[in-house]
Design a protein around this ligand. Structure first.
Ligand code: IPE
Ligand code: MG
Length: 226
């Protein structure tokens, strides 16, 4: 989710206004995902690098996460949303951690869509954490394989993403799901995140549907198999 600050700046508003509007986009995109039958939505809300922003912006974002959980939880529950909060969560205040845990526990059995909110998340940190856990668990050399590494990531049990959407025209991965996006289709749009809603998601999915996913094979092989 990128472009909140630029969205605000273009309107002569403070950056936090962009974040507030961006939270509305999360709401709209989630609703559209439910409508379109998307089973997994993973949003990059706060990176391991975002702590370096001005303290008042960081404070505002913390407050926004907390208030959004409070405000949306009943509706998320009613819509069958399973919520995950993934990342190095220990860095957050005990209050926010407790709130995340409560929301995750409450929605744990929901089946319609799994929404993962990545917080204090970094793709490299995630791989480091996985490897540490694997050595703690004393995995044997032959158990170090792709399947097991996937299982030790925070996203254990969540399929690799089919589509990676980057807003605000950023042509980089920014340390997001480094392992999991190996074969993801990438969609880059100039639209700023606060303007990314149902219609924009529909366009992204329609673009994705036109792609031929080859997974290393030739186009002919894919056509003959299909
Ligand atoms: C993304 O928008 C929001 C978060 C990182 C929480 P930005 O705040 O990065 O927006 P720009 O890049 O300044 O436009
Ligand atoms: Mg940005």
């Amino acid at each position: 989710m990128d472009g909140n600050g630029r969205w605000a700046k273009e309107r002569g508003l403070p950056r936090i206004a962009g974040h507030r509007e961006g939270a509305e986009s999360v709401r709209a995109v989630l609703k559209a995902c439910v409508e379109f039958g998307v089973k997994y939505l993973t949003v990059y809300a706060f990176s391991t690098e975002n702590w370096r922003r001005p303290q008042e912006e960081v404070d505002f974002l913390m407050e926004l996460f907390s208030a959004t959980i409070d405000r949306e939880l009943d509706e998320l529950m009613a819509e069958g949303v399973k919520l995950n909060f993934l990342g190095r969560l220990a860095r957050f205040s005990p209050e926010i951690q407790a709130k995340m845990k409560k929301a995750a526990d409450k929605t744990a059995e929901n089946k319609r869509i799994t929404v993962s909110v990545m917080l204090n998340y970094g793709g490299r940190a995630e791989i480091v954490d996985a490897l540490r856990q694997m050595t703690n668990d004393k995995l044997a050399n032959e158990q170090i394989n792709e399947e097991n590494i996937s299982k030790y990531l925070y996203t254990c049990g969540i399929p690799d993403p089919d589509l990676l959407i980057r807003t605000a025209n950023e042509m980089r991965v920014s340390n997001f799901l480094l392992w999991q996006i190996a074969y993801a289709e990438i969609y880059v749009t100039p639209v700023y995140w606060p303007d990314f809603r149902r219609e924009q998601l529909k366009e992204a999915i329609e673009d994705y549907q036109k792609r031929v996913r080859k997974f290393g094979q030739t186009e002919e092989q894919i056509k003959n198999a299909g």
